[in-house]
Write a protein that binds this ligand. Sequence first.
Ligand SMILES: C[S@@+](CC[C@H](N)C(=O)[O-])C[C@H]1O[C@@H](n2cnc3c(N)ncnc32)[C@H](O)[C@@H]1O
Length: 205
Amino acid sequence: MPKVGIRTLAMSRLRNHYRKHLLSLKTMLSNGNSDDGSRFFDAYPLFYSTSINAPRNRLNKRYRAIIEANDAIIRGKSVLDIASHDGRWSFAAHKAGARYVLGIEAREYLVQNARQNLREYQVPEQQVQFVRGDVFEELDRLDPGTFDTIFCLGFFYHTMHHMLLLNKIARLRPVLWVGFFSTRKRELDTRLPVLSRLLLHCPCG
Ligand SMILES: C[S@@+](CC[C@H](N)C(=O)[O-])C[C@H]1O[C@@H](n2cnc3c(N)ncnc32)[C@H](O)[C@@H]1O
């Protein structure tokens, strides 16, 4: 093969190599910017209005990371939703097939919103319940082994008593507990591994 042929071949291989990487970079970037996955909450828009901090994209992205990616630990399971807010994740867990969900929320108006939202969407009251109270007190009232999965979403930064909270969660001996480590977009796009043991924080939206 003439020399120029080798050079051309090498150049073309290099170009292909970089084109491939450029393409995956482009795909990565566009995945990060687009929101073309499941838009669960669009079908349940009440949740956009019962919290001032619930931008649609964000809530749907959280849905994908929290619920969609964790089907195995939600379907058929009993779920405890710590700091249940307007009932969004209790509701989403129910829709994802949870057997029973209990939400704990400190603020009365949010408990009312949650109950109202779930009534509107015809969720049987005995399948998803809410108690108004301080998580630190309410957790002590629950029997160990009652819940398979515990959501602790967007709550860690609401308390200074992290170890106490973790101990109280541990006392309940859930099979798994789930949470967010960060509110940054990159993490939101990352699916939570089913075996993740520690879930920390995420804001209301
Ligand atoms: C940032 S929001 C998170 C809501 C929801 N878990 C989510 O991730 O979208 C925090 C929630 O924790 C509730 N909260 C704060 N301190 C609490 C406590 N000691 N006991 C129960 N709920 C509490 C607030 O009222 C609020 O609804």
